[in-house]
Design a protein around this ligand. Structure first.
Ligand SMILES: [Zn+2]
Length: 489
């Protein structure tokens, strides 16, 4: 690995020098091979009702994965997944809570009580819970500076809890209460997902309810040790093994040295599925979020894959499962990379590439990225935009705030310069069933995907690899991760 380390040092000394300037004849051919119709074809299938919102896990998600793999085959990519396939299998557990015999009851000596047999309570537990007439401690944590009760008071008792926004329950859990019962919005997902290789995180049984009757009784209790008693019967959770899949195709680089470095081009192919309740359309088609990013990756694979002269660096085209469930697919890949991360010099992740009706105003003829000035990738995008007639912009707040909100974060945490490229941050149908492919601005999307193609082509051919901008105050941890990645044995 010495050669690579030297190369890394050299890029530090040279700084960034992205080839700018107008399009070369080869780049012109490349951009002309990307058409709105290609994008429309991919979008209209991936965002069709048949795929039922591509929830993780679901049959619709599997259909999308098979489609993406077939497009990688068509583009002539090499399989980049497990055992000569396009699929990287991620063993997961789908954890559901049986509700038979479920009962939780809170009562006070003066005859007030609250009881639930299920639907209004979500239980997160690693094992069965059977407790009767437990002592109850009330804790209110308005914000992260709210004082905690003592560990002796909490240990072995039931804690009824109110937590303000952004407050963590970790410190309380470490005090080993018998269980926690909190007033909170119950997430709509009736199951949890956990990598099969990860042990269950140590935790106290955690019950959430948004029942206002519970809130009334909670409000009537004094802080600290209360006269109330709690009884609960909860069955052990059921763990079902499932396979989730990242879809990966590779285009080997043409340069004998630079081909050992890879650029990841990614998007998430999952979305949030079907609303369990409601009138009318309940299918969240996720056209802009993120069939548009997947269509971008597919169009790039097809167009770059068809060039006679392949780029010097290796390109890895990848679509992830489980972004909407908390960056699951990209976290899995970063922990199990199929191309070593120290040979991975950049990640361009694509999200929201289709809609120009940003909630803050029209975004035609423009492209942006999260962490726009964290890496030299922002400059590369700007230079390619200048050559293709697309402007770049950086949102004063969102560019930084959205950095952690997509799959680039998993790679950035590992030290790889990684950004998410987008046209609009928030748009009117964001995470609604009405995110339909007919609303995509296809002429604009054709232009910005062409800009992306030129960006990719240039960073794949440039002698200098993309880098973190070390002087930026927000990238310290990523620069540190990059150093670790490149100096580890
Ligand atoms: Zn998304």
């Amino acid at each position: 690995m010495i050669a690579h380390r030297l190369c890394y040092l050299a890029t530090f000394l040279l700084g960034s020098a992205f080839a700018g300037g107008p399009l070369s004849p080869a780049e012109r051919e490349l951009v002309e091979s990307i058409s709105a119709n290609t994008l429309r074809g991919h979008l209209s299938f991936l965002a069709s009702d048949l795929l039922e919102g591509r929830d993780t896990p679901s049959r619709g998600l599997d259909l999308a994965a098979e489609y993406i793999a077939s497009q990688f085959r068509r583009a002539g990519l090499e399989p980049g997944g497990d055992q000569g396939t396009y699929f990287q299998n991620a063993p997961y557990l789908k954890i559901t809570q049986p509700m038979e015999g479920f009962r939780v009851r809170l009562e006070t000596p003066d005859g007030k009580s609250w009881e639930s047999a299920g639907p209004k309570v979500m239980a997160i537990t690693n094992a069965a819970v059977n407790v009767a007439s437990l002592e109850v401690v009330k804790v209110t944590l308005q914000d992260k500076d709210s004082p905690l009760p003592s560990a002796e008071l909490v240990r072995g008792k039931a804690v009824v809890l109110y937590m303000g926004r952004g407050v963590s329950s970790r410190a309380l859990i470490e005090m080993k209460p018998a269980l926690l019962l909190t007033y909170a919005v119950v997430p709509p997902t009736p199951y949890r997902l956990r990598p099969a290789s990860a042990p269950a995180p140590p935790s106290a049984p955690f019950l959430l309810t948004a029942d206002t009757e519970f809130r009334k009784l909670f409000d009537a209790l004094p802080n600290g040790l209360t006269p109330a008693k709690l009884t609960a019967n909860i069955a052990a959770p059921v763990e079902e093994p499932i396979q989730l899949r990242n879809v990966i195709g590779k285009l080997p680089g043409s340069d004998p040295i630079l081909r050992n470095e890879a650029i990841l081009l990614t998007a998430h192919y999952d979305h949030v599925g079907v609303s369990p309740r409601g009138d009318g359309d309940r299918i969240h088609n996720g056209a802009n979020d993120d069939a548009s990013g997947v269509s971008t990756v597919l169009a790039l694979a097809e167009s770059i894959g068809a060039r006679k002269l392949r780029p010097k660096r290796t390109l890895v085209f990848m679509t992830y499962f489980g972004e909407e469930k908390g960056l699951l697919g990209s976290r899995y890949y970063a922990a199990h990379p199929t191309v070593p991360l120290r040979q991975t010099v950049a990640n361009l992740n694509f999200e929201h590439m289709g809609r120009t009706d940003d909630s803050e105003g029209k975004r035609e003829g423009q492209i942006t990225a999260t962490g726009f000035d964290y890496t030299t990738l922002g400059e590369a995008l700007t230079a390619a935009g200048a050559a293709t007639g697309i402007g770049t912009w950086s949102h004063p707040r969102n560019s930084d705030d959205f950095f952690a909100r997509s799959d680039n974060q998993a790679l950035a945490d590992a030290g790889v310069p990684a950004i998410t490229v987008s046209v609009a941050w928030i748009f009117p149908d964001y995470h609604r069933p009405s995110d339909h492919w007919e609303k995509i601005d296809l002429p604009n999307m054709e232009k910005v995907v062409r800009t992306a193609a030129v960006t990719v082509s240039r960073i794949a051919n440039n002698e200098t690899a993309p880098q973190w901008v070390e002087s930026h105050p927000k990238v310290k941890r990523y620069v540190e991760a990059a150093r670790k990645l490149h100096t580890a044995d």
